[in-house]
Design a protein around this ligand. Sequence first.
Ligand code: GLN
Length: 195
Amino acid sequence: MAKIGVLALQGDVSEHVLALERAGEGKIQAVLVRKSGQIEECAALVLPGGESTTICRQLESSGLTEELKAAALSGKPILATCAGLVLISQEIMGSSEALVKPLGLMDIKISRNAFGPQKESFEADLQVKGLDRPYRAVFIRAPAIGEVGRGVEVLARVGDAVVAARQGNLLALAFHPELTMDSRIHQIFLKMLEA
Ligand code: GLN
């Protein structure tokens, strides 16, 4: 049974575990990743939403940064949601703060809290490439992708802002698919394991 790791340093970890189990229909095992050596055992990895400044700090102190980079480069499917999207980006636009050091795994430039602070949480019906009907997406202090590189496929937008994109084995979302019962996004992610 394929092990899917959920980076469990901070954020909505248990929600992703449940969402993976729902989408996987008994064919996958979700495991919490906290320690060095665990990423290697996983076939794919989820970087959950939460607070990217905190996750970034904890990644460094846990020594997982290099293992995470290696997993991305080796082609393991990675689902990065919200704060996770911030982490895998190339650059945080309009920011001089060094609180979050993006890992530079995906060729995207992002803005943090692009839709405003906590109050600006909202839901939207997205047209997602590859899905035949709209996906109701939950946004919480969401980042947005402002620029995408050539190898990046845009999957969904809210207005001009790109909110879902894929680059090979990397699937990045500004919203929280783990907070709704619609499993279609996690299913797309698990399908990436077959590729
Ligand atoms: N605004 C948060 C950050 O930049 C992300 C919010 C979220 O993951 N829901 O870390």
